[in-house]
Design a protein around this ligand. Structure first.
Ligand SMILES: Nc1nc2c(ncn2[C@@H]2O[C@H](COP(=O)(O)OP(=O)(O)O)[C@@H](O)[C@H]2O)c(=O)[nH]1
Ligand SMILES: [Mg+2]
Length: 342
């Protein structure tokens, strides 16, 4: 006797909004849009272009190509701001998942279903497309090396195991998009990742193959890149681990100062008749080092205390954004396809 067919079909439809930050991308945007995946049984894809004050036909192209939503900045505000505007708009539009991809068609649209799958399966909050940079032929050796070292540092700072931290090809669950907030002026990718790791969101990755593109517009030389990403990493890390960061900073001073004071002490004990005066300089310099070390440590304690405020602020922001999204769901005007933000 055979059982009646009882294949369970999950009735939930996932709304995925694919956001594309664009600064003058009239040439490549049509390819990006043509490459968008078709809807799946339980997943509906929509597109959102964020125009960061483009001076070319980007917006016209987006309209012609039938982009679902367009968010516009009146002037150029930079990629992190554009990314955040996109996230905020997508949440208010009712997205369950938000995918970010670039306007230069570096990332394959066909990989978007792979990117969202772990989120739908409940296995991840954030999924990063790993470009496998060590295998990319059109990257220079120097760039590959930087990627390798940089990604290692970010993994250590964020407690995640993401192989390709600066990749802009990513998917966010609604929950993680509500939790994360970019304030960096230069790079949202790294800041977002450290935030996610520190807040114990689950970050996973899928491998993708990228296309060669026009030269990057964000990348102004390797040294500049390292400097700015480095600053972002240290700043973000210090925000989440202030006491640790300042203790590490204080440590060399304390050790050096301590060693110099010990040096004096040893000579003093061994030679009570007078030549220890030759080592008084050790007391001087050692004392200064100790003082700097102790002050740095105290600054760490202060930063740690204000970090408590930050955690509360973050929770308030999270709840506020949640409310905004719920209100937007009640008042949504489905005919409104374009909006100016800032
Ligand atoms: N909003 C905004 N987007 C930018 C800016 N510069 C580049 N972009 C966009 O960010 C994405 C990545 O830029 P790209 O120059 O390819 O940098 P890459 O990350 O080094 O490949 C593309 O979609 C660009 O249109 C900018 O100043 N503002
Ligand atoms: Mg690019």
């Amino acid at each position: 006797m055979s059982e009646p067919s009882q294949e369970y079909v999950d009735p939930t439809i996932w709304r995925v909004i694919i956001q594309i930050p664009c600064l003058n991308e009239e040439e490549t945007l049509p390819d990006v849009l043509r490459d968008m995946p078709a809807d799946l049984r339980n997943v509906r894809f929509e597109t959102l272009v964020i125009d960061d004050g483009s001076t070319d036909r980007t917006v016209a192209v987006a309209r012609e190509m039938g982009v679902n939503y367009i968010v516009r900045h009146r002037g150029r505000k930079g990629l992190p701001a554009a990314f955040q505007s996109g996230i905020d708009a997508a949440l208010k539009l009712g997205a369950d998942i938000i995918v970010n991809t670039d306007g230069d068609h570096q990332y394959p649209g066909s990989a978007i279903p792979d990117l969202v799958r772990p989120i739908i399966a409940g296995q991840a909050d954030i999924v990063i497309g790993d470009r496998q940079t060590s295998l990319v032929e059109h990257f220079s050796r120097q760039k590959k090396f930087l990627q390798l070292v940089g990604s290692w540092v970010v993994r250590a700072a964020s407690d995640t195991d993401v192989p390709d931290a600066p990749s802009g090809f990513r998917a966010y669950s609604k929950e993680s998009a509500l939790r994360l907030y970019v304030t960096s002026e230069f790079s949202y990718t790294i800041e977002n990742l450290i935030q996610a790791g520190k807040r114990r969101l689950t970050v996973s990755h899928v491998t993708i193959t990228t296309k060669p593109t026009r030269p990057s517009r964000l990348h102004r030389g390797n040294w500049n890149f390292v400097k700015r990403q480095g600053a972002t990493i240290i700043r973000t890390y210090a925000q989440y681990e202030p006491l640790k960061t300042f203790t590490y900073l204080a440590l060399p001073f304390l050790l050096l100062g301590g060693a110099l004071l010990m040096r004096f002490l040893i000579y003093y004990i061994m030679d009570p008749v007078g030549t220890f005066q030759r080592y008084l300089q050790s007391v001087f310099i050692g004392g200064i080092f100790m003082l700097v070390g102790i002050l740095t440590f105290f600054i760490g304690i202060l930063a740690d205390l204000s970090g408590n405020n930050r955690r509360i602020n973050e929770e308030v922001l999270y709840r506020l954004r949640n409310l905004e999204v719920e209100i937007a769901a009640l008042t949504r005007d489905d005919d409104e396809k374009e909006q100016h933000v800032g």
